[in-house]
Design a binder for this molecule. Structure first.
Ligand SMILES: NC(=O)c1ccc[n+]([C@@H]2O[C@H](COP(=O)([O-])OP(=O)(O)OC[C@H]3O[C@@H](n4cnc5c(N)ncnc54)[C@H](OP(=O)(O)O)[C@@H]3O)[C@@H](O)[C@H]2O)c1
Length: 311
């Protein structure tokens, strides 16, 4: 099942997120995921795993497991490379051993001090304990450099990530190539209905990152409340004979958002992909609406970057 983007390209609605996968496990995970049926992989320079993913993709393609054109590969421009978009994209392509990306996203609407192409250490803090923000590069400038990647044939689609309604609207105003995707945190406890609807109304596909609310993830980066423990999701899991994770993912798909759950477990790779043969009723979709807590679980900016960038 795929979503047709505003430029006609198709993006599989289910993808595999690779953030926080260990480098020594990535190759097997990607190959197994392809065998199971995953075609969409959500990567980023920031995840520091593009080289390992590249090796897996080469092996999968050379062994005949999959063809390049059947894959949908996303990568993201790191904050410190806003002034070096072409070089950063080429660096990701080289590591991934690809000639083009299906989708390249501006990872955050925020430029930080440049620390060398593809070098993401700008996520470390400056002496004052805060991120070293670069106030000289506008998002418009960054976007026009992203557009040049499309014209150069290096990427098929470009998009944004972690943009709110203000920044998304502005991007629509200055873009010649409209953003195809806005990748944002959204899950049953952080539904962001206005932002999702705004993007969809303007032809921007929403991809839900953290679609399981981070599940049982590292409390250094995430809140401690998991939507998968919610009584309603557990009750619906029982009703449909599915897991709470499958209910959360199915809900995401039925609101027409792509979902990119991460797992390093083979059994969960299968479980998370197995959401296409049941459907939540409208009543149950409406019930899930009632459990929204407006609860952002990904707290990386507050916990690791010394500032709440959403303040
Ligand atoms: N654009 C951005 O700024 C941004 C930010 C965050 C994430 N992302 C993307 O979104 C992807 C997903 O987000 P995420 O990894 O932060 O959170 P997530 O997918 O919501 O949750 C992942 C966590 O859930 C667990 N899990 C996976 N499947 C499960 C299941 N069926 N039942 C119970 N637990 C399950 C995983 O553990 P195991 O691995 O042990 O299974 C992992 O701890 C990332 O990998 C990344 O590609 C993008």
């Amino acid at each position: 099942m795929a979503i047709t983007l505003n430029n006609g390209f198709e993006m599989p609605i289910m993808g595999l997120g690779v953030w926080r996968m260990e480098n020594n496990e990535i190759k097997d995970l990607i190959i197994n995921a392809i065998k199971i049926g995953y075609r969409h992989f959500d990567c980023a320079a920031y995840y520091k795993s593009e080289a390992e993913i590249g090796k897996a993709l080469v092996e999968a393609i050379q062994s005949g497991l999959v063809k390049r054109e059947e894959l949908f590969i996303t990568s993201k421009l790191w904050n410190s490379d806003h002034g070096h978009v072409l070089e950063a994209c080429k660096n990701s392509l080289k590591k991934l051993q690809l000639e083009y990306l299906d989708l390249y996203l501006v990872h955050f609407p925020m430029a930080t001090k440049h620390t060398g192409v593809g070098n993401t250490t700008s996520s470390e803090l400056a002496e004052d304990g805060m991120l070293d923000i670069d106030t000289t590069i506008s998002l418009e400038t960054t976007w026009h450099a992203m557009e040049d990647l499309v014209y150069a044939g290096l990427v098929r689609s470009i998009g944004i990530s972690n943009y709110d309604i203000f920044t998304t609207r502005d991007c629509l105003a200055y873009s010649k190539v409209k953003p195809a995707v806005n990748q944002i945190e959204t899950h049953p406890y952080f539904q962001r209905e206005s932002l999702v609807k705004f993007c969809q109304k303007h032809g921007i596909c929403v991809t839900a990152h953290t679609p399981l609310g981070g599940a049982d993830a590292n409390p250094q980066l995430f809140g401690t409340i998991s939507c998968l423990q919610d009584p309603l999701l557990q009750e619906l899991a029982e009703k449909y004979g599915r897991s709470p994770a499958q209910i959360a993912l199915r809900w995401g798909i039925q609101r027409n958002t792509a979902v990119i759950p991460k797992t390093s477990k083979l059994k969960r790779l299968e479980e998370n992909l197995d959401v296409f043969y049941f459907k939540l009723t409208k009543e149950d979709m409406d019930l899930i609406k009632t459990i929204d807590k407006k609860y952002r679980t990904n707290l990386i900016s507050t916990l690791a970057w010394g500032m709440d960038i959403y303040a």
